[in-house]
Design a protein around this ligand. Structure first.
Ligand code: BGC
Length: 458
């Protein structure tokens, strides 16, 4: 397997998200987001860690992006922190915040790296949460204002946009389970947030296109290949429900198919939040769909589980190889998901906007050897190649993630990066997986490692 097997237009990149890497959270630099607030609630985050400094990308972006360039990475997906450019969520913009992203974008372009911008990667301005956040229908207007500001500020240099990052995760973890910001719980919060996020994903895309018709607009979905625990009727039904929830809930309304209420009756309650015309407003012809895949899920019938009557059997219980997230190591999952998604009529091209794995890393003599991450990424890329060979339109692959970073409720414990970060000294070391990716992008065969031209630690 070589890079050239994927064709010259295939997009190769890395992804990050603002709150997970930037730091720069002092109030004079940025308005507070729901994550700034949530991490201060005792017991919510592993060891009560915060993203206040994270990878200090706010101050170190030139070195980090220079390393990307030295690794032959030509596309960088990052997100904009809404409250950095609109500290109160709406109203007065912060020129200082806008200038930070101007510098990041300009620096990428100076090194021939194409910026791919995610508009919302979970860090809602706290001021908007104080008014109900995603549960308040007004968010459609707040979001519209924010999207317009982004396109007007950066659209002369950015033309690849992703509207939302994994709406299922931020509504599920943030508004149903309460384990992510803003820590809301319950079905009512979840369904309201879901419907408003689904409206915003279509509306945001329409706004970008109206201001910048040549742009390439997509949005991203978390998705996992799902299998029933046993091939018996009740597990099959349970698996279909989980599939509707995890893989279809936000995609199908976007494709004009409405919510998947057939398998998941509980979703009928979204009607309470629907207004006339909403059904139409949920759909939009995206230029691409971002697929974010890490593992597969095995599902069993669970009569006492509210709403879904289904349960995931986690990797440790199944005694299979797993990552630090307790996710099964199963790189074939991405192939199955690409196949499943590409079977929808009118599906635009797919781009894998996140794929990666967290393993324990050790620094030995200033080096980090991470063969398990390297193998996972190489195998996932080969599964993407398999999908392409079968004619599936998948046009890009972004690794999650460039730097070890703040992994939400898990804090700094799970390391996903191609680059190791010592969070005390902020020293970076390129891991073997990163060296492998660099060599692969130089068109070495998947088995070779080539020396890098520049320093790989700083
Ligand atoms: C998110 C990232 C996260 C990664 C690993 C995705 O759900 O978009 O922000 O760090 O998965 O958990």
């Amino acid at each position: 397997m070589r890079k050239e097997d994927f064709g010259k237009d295939f997009v190769w990149g890395v992804s990050t998200a603002a709150y997970q890497v930037e730091g720069g959270s002092d109030l004079h630099l940025k308005g507070p987001s729901i994550w700034d607030t949530f991490v201060r609630r005792k017991g919510k985050i592993f060891q009560n860690q915060t993203g206040d400094i994270a990878c200090d990308f706010y101050n170190r972006y030139t070195k980090d992006i220079s390393l990307m360039a030295a690794m032959n990475i030509s596309h960088y997906r990052f997100s904009i922190a809404w409250s950095r450019i609109l500290p109160e969520g709406m109203g007065k913009a912060s020129q200082e915040g806008i200038d930070f992203y101007n510098r990041v974008i300009d620096f990428c372009l100076s090194l021939n790296i194409t910026p791919w911008v995610t508009l919302y990667h979970w860090d809602l301005p706290q001021m908007l949460q104080d008014r109900g956040g995603w549960e308040n229908r007004e968010i459609i207007y707040w979001f519209e204002e924010y999207v317009k500001l982004c396109v007007r500020s950066f659209g002369d240099r950015v033309s690849q946009w992703m509207v939302l990052n994994e709406p299922m995760v931020f509504t599920g973890a943030g508004y149903f389970l309460g384990v992510h910001a803003p820590g809301r719980k319950g079905l009512k919060s979840f369904l309201a947030a879901t419907h408003h996020a689904a409206l915003c994903q279509a509306r945001g895309a329409a706004v970008i296109k109206s201001l910048q018709s040549h742009s390439l607009v997509g949005t991203t979905f978390s998705c996992s290949h799902i299998e029933p625990h046993h091939h018996r009727e009740r597990d099959l039904v349970a698996a279909a429900k989980v599939d509707a929830l995890l893989n279809r809930l936000f995609l199908e309304p976007l494709l004009g198919m409405g919510y998947p209420t057939g398998e998941l009756k509980i979703l009928q309650r979204i009607e309470k939040f629907m207004r006339q015309e909403d059904e139409k407003s949920l759909s939009f012809p995206m230029d691409f769909i971002g697929v974010q895949n890490y593992t597969r899920e095995i599902v069993t019938h669970a009569p006492f589980m509210p709403f879904v009557k289904a349960r995931l059997i986690k990797a440790d219980r199944r005694k299979v190889e797993r990552t630090l997230m307790n996710w099964e190591v199963y790189p074939e999952s991405v192939y199955h998901i690409l196949k499943k998604y590409s079977a929808y009529p009118n599906m635009p091209p797919l781009i894998v906007t996140e794929s990666g794995a967290a393993f324990e890393d050790q620094v030995t003599d200033g080096e980090v050897h991470d063969p398990r991450r390297l193998r996972f990424i190489r195998d996932a890329i080969s599964q993407v190649g398999r999908a392409r060979q079968e004619g599936i339109r998948v046009e890009g692959y972004f690794i999650w993630t460039f730097l070890d970073n703040f992994e939400w409720a898990e804090g700094y414990f799970p390391r996903f990066g191609l680059v190791h970060v010592d969070f005390k000294s902020q020293r970076r070391i390129l891991k073997s997986s990163g060296k492998w990716y660099a060599a692969f992008l130089e068109n070495a065969s998947a088995e070779e490692l080539l020396p890098l031209k520049q320093d790989v630690s700083y």
